[in-house]
Ligand binder design. Structure first.
Ligand code: ISL
Length: 576
């Protein structure tokens, strides 16, 4: 174990979604210059690393997850030299930098796809259904002959954003060719064929391109999607949304070969570079296979993100994810928010109509948990729970991910007018699915402009709610009880208290204290001369007596722990 290179085992990584972080150019969309202006803020927040969502040239039909050039910077965001300055400036203040990479698909604006479209397939009416067209430029993508003489999709696969996962290509005369390309996401995101060595070699070049510029690692988009089952079999009924190997386009064994290749490449660097997998795979043991010693370093813990507001369920999830990852010697990570899901403050907010009833996620959380999104919720409770959940997360052993604005306690924004919404899930389903724009609203920084310091007041790509002034970072910085102050304190204590670290020395199981109805409690044992810490969270509806309590280190809101009793919707760190 090398403590210097294993920083990723217990870091706090802050996700920056560049469109919505800070806009120095005042065109309404965030940019690299905006991020550079906030490096002091990031330093003061106390994070260890940044993960930047895609910054590559893109037509932005999926907010940059549709990449047209993997070795450059989107002009809206800035230039390559600016990107290099950002890397250096973060490093200068001791913050590492991960960037996103999107290997499952390119944009339809990528030169490879344009080249493919310019080489229309022959309209071979006699070609059997599902035959592969793997010649020339099309061999980098999945192009198949449709069924019923080419008139219908090659199989029943659905796109994650709604509708079929196939789009028909025209022949040279502009008529439907009978050949269809695969797009598991939007039709502007054709899937790459990873059995093609040219594709693999080109991504190796991209990895080196960024590693050579000082990037510390990559977050790998859709790491469970690269291989498709041979023969493109139909998806069995009811398996459609199932991220297991039963689904012919998720979690296929063949893709692990790619991760082994990437790991070997990352290991060539000194210090070694790291990967975090975005893999929505279950069961946890299968997910852990992505973290084998010669594959990826870590992966997101999505079961934790999807946990309902229930101590018992959280206990189970913390335990089984740690156990599964430990089988591969990997540390577990923790995440509550990202750019694809509802803000925690809204996700945990109970419906007003039935405060007591908690509905467990239906598994469709990945594109924003869209259950009852238009029904009123108790956001006061939601915000308290989000603070409590954050404090619990930051005490768990291993790396935690914080999504921009989570430190400000932002809510999901629901009242974005339809014509401003940009998520392909909203557009493809014509509004049937509300999509993910609600967690992507530009950040409120201060009260200096109509856009709350996001830019000089120019119109934003997504509107901020009228009451967001109270969330502005500058306002919260003055308030010792704000979400921002709480996050800063927690991150500071994480650095100071030895008991909250230690996972670099090996994967230790948590010491559970109690997980009673509504009460989650565990101890982080004493180490390096520091004292043990007990973490207690109350997800129940009643105040609960904490059987073993010590002096308070930090409370999720002031006064939530008094005389040994913890109020609902709160977390406390105590000396054990
Ligand atoms: O595959 C899923 C469920 O099994 C999805 O949850 C999927 O993994 C997830 O939506 C992938 O998200 C990532 O890739 C998308 C992009 O729109 C998201 O923003 C990104 O996080 C396509 O690149």
């Amino acid at each position: 174990m090398n403590r210097t290179t294993d920083w990723w085992r217990e870091a706090v990584v802050y996700q920056i979604y560049p469109r919505s972080f800070a806009d120095a150019s005042s065109d309404g969309i965030g940019d690299i210059a905006g991020i550079r202006s906030k490096v002091p803020y990031l330093k003061e927040l106390g994070i260890d690393a940044v993960w930047l969502s895609p910054h590559y040239p893109s037509p932005m039909l999926d907010a940059g997850y549709d990449v047209a050039d993997y070795r450059n910077v989107e002009p809206i965001f800035g230039t390559l030299p600016e990107m290099e300055s950002l890397i250096n400036e973060l490093h200068a203040v001791g913050i590492r930098m991960l960037i996103d990479i999107v290997p499952n698909h390119t944009s339809w604006d990528h030169p490879w796809f344009k080249e493919a479209l310019a080489a229309p397939p022959t309209n071979d009416k006699d070609a059997p259904a599902k035959s592969r067209y793997a010649e020339g430029p099309w061999s980098r993508y999945h192009l198949l002959r449709g069924q019923d003489g080419g008139t219908s999709e090659p199989n029943n696969w659905d796109s994650v954003f709604g509708g079929p996962a196939w789009h028909q290509v025209n022949d040279a005369d502009g008529k439907p060719s009978g050949w269809w390309y695969l797009h598991i996401f939007d039709k502007s995101q054709p899937d790459l064929d990873w059995t093609n060595e040219e594709v693999r070699a080109d991504f190796r070049t991209t990895l080196r391109f960024w590693f050579d510029r000082g990037i510390d690692g990559f977050r790998i988009d859709v790491a469970h999607g690269l291989a498709k089952a041979e023969g493109y079999p139909d998806c069995p009924p009811l398996v459609e949304k199932d991220p297991t190997s039963k689904n012919p386009y998720w979690d296929q064994d063949a893709l692990h070969e790619v991760w082994r290749e990437w790991r070997a490449l990352a290991n060539e660097y000194e210090p070694g570079r790291v990967f975090v997998a975005e893999a929505w795979v279950h069961p946890a043991e299968r997910n852990a296979r992505y973290l084998r010693e010669d594959e990826l370093h870590t992966g997101f813990n999505f079961p934790f993100l999807r946990a309902p507001w229930d101590a018992h369920r959280m206990h189970e999830i913390i335990d089984f994810t740690m156990e599964a990852d430990a089988l591969e010697g990997a540390p577990t990570t923790w995440v509550l928010e990202n750019h694809d899901v509802w803000r925690a403050a809204s996700r945990y907010a109970p419906l007003i109509s039935d405060v007591a009833e908690e509905v467990e996620s239906d598994g469709n959380l990945t594109l924003g948990d869209e259950r009852d999104w238009d029904k009123p919720r108790d956001h006061v409770i939601g915000r308290e729970r989000a603070r409590a959940a954050l404090l619990n997360m930051l005490a768990l052993p291993g790396t935690s991910y914080v999504y921009q604005g989570q430190e400000l306690g932002l809510d999901e924004v629901f009242d974005i007018p339809g014509e401003m919404r940009q998520d392909p899930a909203f557009i493809t389903t014509q509004g049937e699915r509300v999509g993910r724009d609600g967690c992507r609203v530009p950040l409120p920084w201060d009260t200096s402009s109509a856009s709350l310091g996001f830019n000089d007041g120019a119109e934003l790509w997504l509107p901020q709610p009228a009451d967001w002034k109270k969330y502005a970072a500058s306002v919260q910085a003055e308030d010792p009880d704000s979400a921002l102050s709480l996050t800063r304190q927690a991150l500071q204590l994480r650095k100071e208290l030895p008991a909250l670290g230690g996972i670099s020395e090996g994967v230790e199981p948590l010491v559970w204290d109690i997980a009673l109805d509504g009460l989650l409690s565990y101890v982080r044992p004493a180490r390096l001369g520091g004292k043990a810490i007990r973490v207690v969270m109350n997800t129940g509806l009643e105040p609960l007596e904490v059987p073993k309590s010590g002096d308070v280190i930090l409370e999720s809101h002031a006064g939530c722990f008094l005389n040994g009793v913890l109020v609902p919707d709160s977390t406390v760190w105590l000396w054990a």
